[in-house]
Write a protein that binds this ligand. Structure first.
Ligand code: AMP
Length: 218
């Protein structure tokens, strides 16, 4: 067990970042900071940010860098992130965001950026079957045999398909990943701060691979 951690988890949509980040957050006792979850919460609460972001998110686009950098800057100033550290999921997504993050964390630099690597054809299949609890965000995989309405086992909320998991939006998001986010792998790699972890396999095996490389990076 390490005393806190400052991590970035990169990877295609559907690579299993959300599931693994929840487990890593418990293991290292650090907050899991997901910009996607923060934006979806703002949409649910009909906050100004949510009203602005919803259309972009539904179309599979990216919310502006300035807005996202502002959100993360404020979140990383909160006591839990200041003292324990953080696991960033979904941020940075562009090189501009990564450069801003380097400035925000200059006094508490990242331990490591992990690229959770799952091929495009595998994530496409996973995303078309992905269902998510609207209230707590727990992920499920649809088999077609579920009772409707589908109720979350964790919190009793409604389990549904995300608005941006439609085939068009998924393809757009994966294309954007290649053009905007994949250069981050180069950004962190050139600074020797990147480790690639194979994200294919049972979640327990992927988790073990992740903790091994994270512990080695401390
Ligand atoms: P995610 O749950 O990480 O797939 O994020 C869902 C959606 O939220 C993305 O498709 C984007 O529209 C938006 N989003 C989340 N994080 C960011 C970010 N760092 N920069 C821009 N848009 C983001």
């Amino acid at each position: 067990m390490i005393p806190g951690a400052r991590l970035i988890i990169l990877g295609r949509q559907g690579a299993g970042k959300g599931t693994q980040c929840v487990r890593l957050s418990r293991h290292y006792v650090v907050p899991h900071i997901s910009t996607g979850d923060m934006l979806r919460a703002a949409v649910r609460e009909r906050a100004e940010l949510g009203l602005m972001a919803k259309e972009i998110m539904d179309a599979g686009g990216l919310v502006g860098d300035d807005i996202m950098i502002g959100i993360i800057g404020a979140r990383l100033q909160r006591a839990d992130a200041e003292t324990r550290g953080f696991i960033l999921d979904g941020f940075p997504r562009t090189v501009t965001q990564a450069e801003a993050l380097d400035k925000i964390t200059v006094d508490r630099p990242l331990h490591i950026a992990v690229d959770l690597d799952v091929p495009r054809e595998v994530v496409l299949a996973r995303l078309s079957a992905r269902r998510v609890c609207r209230d707590c965000g727990t992920n499920y995989t649809a088999t077609g045999m579920e009772r409707q309405p589908w109720i979350c086992e964790v919190c009793g909320g409604d389990v549904m398909q995300r608005g941006d998991d439609t085939p068009d939006a998924v393809n757009r998001r994966l294309d954007l990943y290649e053009t905007q986010t994949a250069p981050l792998i180069q950004h962190f790699g050139s600074q020797d701060r990147l480790v690639v972890v194979d994200g294919v396999g049972h979640p327990d095996d992927v988790f073990r691979r992740l903790t091994t490389v994270i512990d080695d990076s401390q």
